[in-house]
Ligand binder design. Structure first.
Ligand SMILES: [Zn+2]
Length: 507
């Protein structure tokens, strides 16, 4: 299989010669040649023939996966043709499942490679695995337009194709996998990983120069895969969905079968928004770091008289990251959600003035804002009462970032709060955040002399929560936490017994 259609073949003796048509114009990194003992399977969907090459032998996996694989590709193509208003641009569309492929997928024109284990799933596959499969298929298919039809001029803009592939994949899977909570997944997937790099002094910006192609591999990381999607989502909020989509259509049309830079795209988008995108781009894309938010609320007499939110660089600089985020005013019987358009260093939240003074405030409740947000100490105590799982995820992340910054909450306080939530957090994705933060608190933020006491307490809480939990995914997370922090003799004996008897712990 190559990037072009087979034109015919001939056999002479023990040799077979296969002829291919001339391919479309493609960059060299997208050339592909696949040969081996594969089974070809073909289907025609939406009038388009597609062929899959595979080596899977598990008949259950084949039966359960085959039609889904073709359908996911066809759905993605249909979505992209509509979104971009450009019909699938290449002469054919095939894909191959390669055993032990080093990436999840690679977007070779008309001949996508996938790691076979990501495509063929059986009955035991979790929702996460099915989502990941839909997502990688949408990602690679999106590359046919973003990356393959229009290619970055040089690898310093490699993030450009990756961020668009992910951006489109999110939109495609939002339609094709209706049961997933995308807002929650987005927050949990991207923010902790982006902050992990961007809070450090060694952070790299999204866009950075690349002097030598040899170092291209070093550009892929937390910033490209996690900060860039956050930046894109903010860009879409800033411009509006329609204006951004129309800008992308113009960009793809103008640079079809050629190269373009991020600056070329910004120039097209800038003409479609009143905001100065060049300035916006500078702080979000060319620079590193994140902002820190503070607020002043005058709520004397039971009514909000003034509510001012300020932003500055975490490094103390007077930089401004234009962005929008939500906050919730929490009252005893209801919640008021407000959107903050933070386009200046200091914003007066006029829509809050005149409202009753809330019990407490949840900053960044929709999770889309980027930076360190203030924490309201009352909210820490009432986390289990917050119904919105995205707001809870955002709070967990924000509490952790505040703890690291040494403001508002200590590691001990955070650990105590998290322990009490182990048996109460209903979302698996959120429990994953809680358990990984707890294990971090035990090993990295507790002095050796205090560690055994904390570990023992977490062991007890994790075990108890695990015994009460009925969902297998959450049970597994709680056991993993127990296993990670087991420090007491009792816990070690317990783990030894489980291992020795090869019996999983039962409630
Ligand atoms: Zn990619």
């Amino acid at each position: 299989m190559t990037n072009a259609t087979v034109q015919g073949s001939s056999i002479a003796g023990d040799r077979k010669t296969v002829n291919f048509k001339t391919s479309n114009i493609i960059p060299t990194y997208l050339f592909s040649f696949i040969a081996g003992k594969f089974t070809p399977v073909s289907r025609t969907l939406d009038g388009r023939p597609m062929t899959l090459l595979h080596r899977e032998t598990d008949t259950t996996k084949i039966r359960l996966s085959m039609e889904t694989l073709f359908k996911l590709h066809a759905d993605a193509i249909r979505f992209l043709e509509e979104y971009t208003q450009i019909p699938y641009p290449f002469q054919k569309f095939d894909f191959a499942a390669i055993p032990d492929f080093q990436y999840g997928g690679m977007e070779h024109v008309g001949a996508i490679d996938y790691r076979a284990s990501a495509l063929f799933l059986d009955n035991g596959a979790t929702r996460d695995q099915r989502l990941a499969r839909a997502s990688v298929i949408a990602h690679e298919t999106a590359h046919m337009w973003f990356g393959d039809l229009v290619t970055m001029r040089w690898f310093n803009d490699v993030w450009l194709k990756e961020v668009f592939a992910n951006f489109m994949a999110d939109k495609i899977t939002e339609v094709s996998s209706a049961d997933a909570n995308y807002d929650l997944q987005f927050v949990v997937d991207h923010f902790p990983a982006a902050y992990a790099v961007d809070r450090t002094e060694g952070a790299n910006p999204i866009g950075q120069p690349l002097a030598n192609l040899q170092e291209a591999g070093s550009m892929y990381g937390g910033i490209i895969y996690h900060k860039a999607p956050i930046m894109m989502r903010q860009l879409e909020r800033l411009m509006g969905k329609t204006a951004l989509r129309n800008g992308l259509r113009e960009y793809l049309k103008k640079y079809s079968f050629s190269n373009a830079t991020w600056a070329d795209l910004i120039a097209i988008l800038d003409a479609r928004t009143p905001t100065d995108l060049v300035t916006w781009n500078h702080v979000w894309v060319s620079e590193t770091g994140r902002p820190k938010f503070t607020y002043q609320l005058d709520g004397r007499g039971g009514t909000i008289k003034q509510f001012v939110i300020s932003q500055q660089g975490e490094d103390g600089s007077q930089r401004l990251w234009p962005q929008s985020f939500e906050l919730e005013l929490v009252y005893s019987d209801h919640i008021d959600e407000l959107t903050v358009t933070m386009d200046r260093a200091q914003v007066s939240l006029t829509q809050a003035i005149g409202k009753p003074t809330p019990q407490y405030i949840i900053f960044n409740s929709s999770g889309q804002g980027y930076g360190i947000f203030p924490i309201d100490s009352v909210s820490v105590l009432q986390l289990e009462r917050i119904k919105n799982p995205v707001a809870r995820a955002s709070i967990y992340i924000n509490l952790y970032e505040n703890m690291l910054a040494g403001q508002g909450i200590t590691p001990t306080q955070l650990a105590t709060g998290h322990r009490s939530l182990l048996g109460k957090e209903s979302e698996e994705l959120n429990l994953r955040l809680l358990t990984s933060q707890l294990s971090d608190l035990v090993w990295n933020f507790t002095r050796p002399e205090a560690r055994l006491a904390l570990a023992s307490a977490v062991e007890r809480d994790a075990w108890q929560a695990m015994e009460q939990e009925t969902a297998p995914g959450k049970k597994k997370l709680l056991f993993r936490l127990y296993q990670n922090i087991a420090l007491s003799t009792e816990a070690k004996d317990q783990l030894y017994t489980i291992w020795n008897e090869q019996k999983s712990p039962q409630a």
